[in-house]
Design a protein around this ligand. Structure first.
Ligand SMILES: Cc1cc2nc3c(=O)[nH]c(=O)nc-3n(C[C@H](O)[C@H](O)[C@H](O)COP(=O)(O)OP(=O)(O)OC[C@H]3O[C@@H](n4cnc5c(N)ncnc54)[C@H](O)[C@@H]3O)c2cc1C
Length: 446
């Protein structure tokens, strides 16, 4: 069969994109390497849309939770992943969890029933030079194809490991304790600085060493620590002063909260934790140099001992994994096309979104974009105020490219709601606005 679109990778994103295209009558070739004897180190089966770890799609609460809202929006766009999840659902309170075998079987059955979709078990080793192509090969993209992508994008633009520092919502940082400044007052006052005295630093250092860590998986064991990407606790283990000469260096940072008549600009604290703006909206800030393999609960507990972060709300917690992903804000246009080769689109986790639901949502969007392109229709992205729109905008240009790391959907990616909305009702305000704003997008899908 000749085809309109070639999709490489039959995971969450590739399966969802294939559904969106083939149900519109477009001819699709879906190439999946599993089934040929090949497997990524994490996949256990040859099933399409295999869930490689947890069986949960996280919260299903679309009134208070960003990922629940994403579920809602995907359902409105006739998502195959959401439909299969509904059929495979198992009890999990307010979360949407599934029987993973039933889920994959549902996805596969729905795709197999589409007459214009051909599922081919084959490994693709090179980016096709022509023809509409959708690359959805995920965080564990097979090596030869990854090299081909690296050659097309530039080696520095394709990462093989993430090094995720925690991200904090700006409005949960106590600015009566922290202050904005750059070291030696160079440039703008671009960083939020959290001061520590000696006692606080020593306790924090001890906490890093004692904290429970996540182990690398066997196939990740030789994860390299690149310069500047070493986990904070590994750095701490190298000596009591290592952090004070590294990411927690206080020099050149006068703390105005400690100003006295003798020192009107304040003094340098004993140590500093710095946060840098992570998106153009300025709603989320990352903890500079704090990539970590501490367990999530441990991160929340320990990082809330940092002065000024006592009530910190985290948009993302830290981690370090094997993970193939592009520097999408630089490389891709607003329709997820490679700027230097616009016949190639990327979908799923390889774009730098994080999670089953986000990967499937980006797959859904690429399916819709490609269908519009083939039909010669202008593409209208979902509004920025929706979960799909906010995630897409983040990946395709709104994130800080220099520090780009995988991101899950969260309200920090949304344009803030008005100051008149009290903190307690903010989540509901985000979701209500998104649901309103999504209507036009859904209606236009027909
Ligand atoms: C070990 C691990 C655990 C994770 N756990 C979770 C979790 O618990 N919850 C969560 O929400 N997210 C988790 N993730 C993150 C992520 O959401 C999932 O990896 C998700 O499956 C990504 O969807 P995807 O479609 O982008 O990639 P995938 O689902 O991985 O699909 C990519 C597909 O492409 C195929 N492929 C790769 N290279 C080629 C090639 N050259 N030719 C043809 N086919 C190819 C692969 O076989 C695979 O089927 C985890 C990731 C990893 C690596």
């Amino acid at each position: 069969m000749t085809y309109d679109v070639h999709i490489i990778g039959g995971g969450l994103a590739g399966s969802e994109a294939a559904w969106q295209l083939a149900k519109r009558g477009l001819r699709v070739r879906l190439s999946e390497m599993r089934g040929t004897g090949e497997r990524s180190p994490a996949h256990q089966t040859d099933a399409l849309a295999e869930l490689v770890c947890s069986n949960s799609f996280r919260s299903d609460d679309s009134d208070k939770n960003a990922v629940g809202l994403l579920h809602h929006e995907m359902r409105q766009c006739d998502s195959l992943v959401m439909a299969a999840a509904a059929k495979a659902q198992v009890p999990a309170g307010s979360a949407l969890a599934v029987d993973r075998d039933v889920f994959s079987a549902e996805v596969e059955a729905a795709l197999a029933a589409l007459p214009t979709l051909e599922i081919v078990r084959e490994r693709i080793d090179r980016l096709p030079e022509a023809g509409l192509t959708l690359v959805a090969t995920g965080p564990l993209t097979a090596e030869a194809l990854a090299q081909s992508i690296g050659a097309a994008t530039g080696a520095d633009s394709l990462a093989f490991f993430d090094a995720i520092a925690p991200i904090v919502y700006r409005d949960s940082i106590d600015m009566d304790v922290c202050w904005m400044a750059a070291r030696w007052d160079k440039g703008g006052k671009d960083y939020i600085n959290c001061p520590m005295n000696k006692e606080q630093y020593l306790a924090f250092h001890a906490g890093l060493l004692a904290g429970e860590k996540t182990e690398f998986k066997q196939w990740e064991a030789n994860t390299p620590y690149f310069d500047g990407c070493m986990p904070i606790e590994v750095m701490a283990s190298r000596g009591i002063e290592t952090l004070r000469f590294g990411p927690m260096k206080p020099v050149g940072l006068d703390n105005p909260h400690s100003a006295t008549p003798e020192f009107p600009n304040g003094r340098w604290p004993y140590a500093v934790v710095q946060l840098r703006q992570d998106n153009k909206l300025g709603t989320i800030w990352n903890m500079v140099g704090f990539q970590t393999k501490l367990k999530h609960a441990e991160q929340v507990r320990l990082f809330r001992t940092i002065p000024g972060l006592e009530n910190a709300e985290f948009a993302r917690l830290g981690g370090l994994h094997r993970n193939t992903f592009l520097n999408s804000p630089v490389l891709l246009d607003r329709q997820l096309r490679l700027k230097t080769a616009p016949h190639v689109r990327f979908a799923g986790q390889i774009t730098g979104c994080e999670g089953y639901v986000e990967s499937a949502a980006v797959g859904l969007l690429t399916g819709l974009m490609t269908a519009a392109e083939i039909a010669g229709r202008d593409w209208q992205a979902p509004p920025r105020t929706t979960a799909m729109g906010a995630l897409l905008a983040h990946i395709t240009g709104d994130a800080e490219a220099e520090t780009y790391q995988p991101m899950n959907v969260n309200f920090g990616l949304f344009p803030p709601v008005g100051p008149e909305v009290k903190k307690k009702g903010r989540k509901e305000a985000y979701t209500a606005r998104a649901k309103d704003d999504m209507r036009g997008f859904v209606a236009a899908l027909g």
